[in-house]
Design a protein around this ligand. Structure first.
Ligand SMILES: [Zn+2]
Length: 62
């Protein structure tokens, strides 16, 4: 997986603006469309974002 694509949808910066994230010593990118997923429901990114299962949602909506 290239590191210059959204970690959720895989789109590159040619298709969408990407926000850079510093995580576990590497740089990840996520598009604005998926930034709320990372904030509110990071468990959706398990399998795409290493360690996502340890992230705590900012606002639990259950
Ligand atoms: Zn995305």
């Amino acid at each position: 997986m290239s590191d210059k694509v959204c970690l959720a949808c895989g789109r590159g910066s040619d298709e969408t603006p990407l926000v850079s994230l510093e995580y576990k010593g590497s740089t990840l990118r996520i598009c604005p469309q998926h930034l709320p997923v990372l904030i509110h429901d990071p468990h959706q990114l398990i399998g795409r974002l290493p360690g996502a299962e340890k992230l705590t949602p900012a606002d639990h909506e259950d």
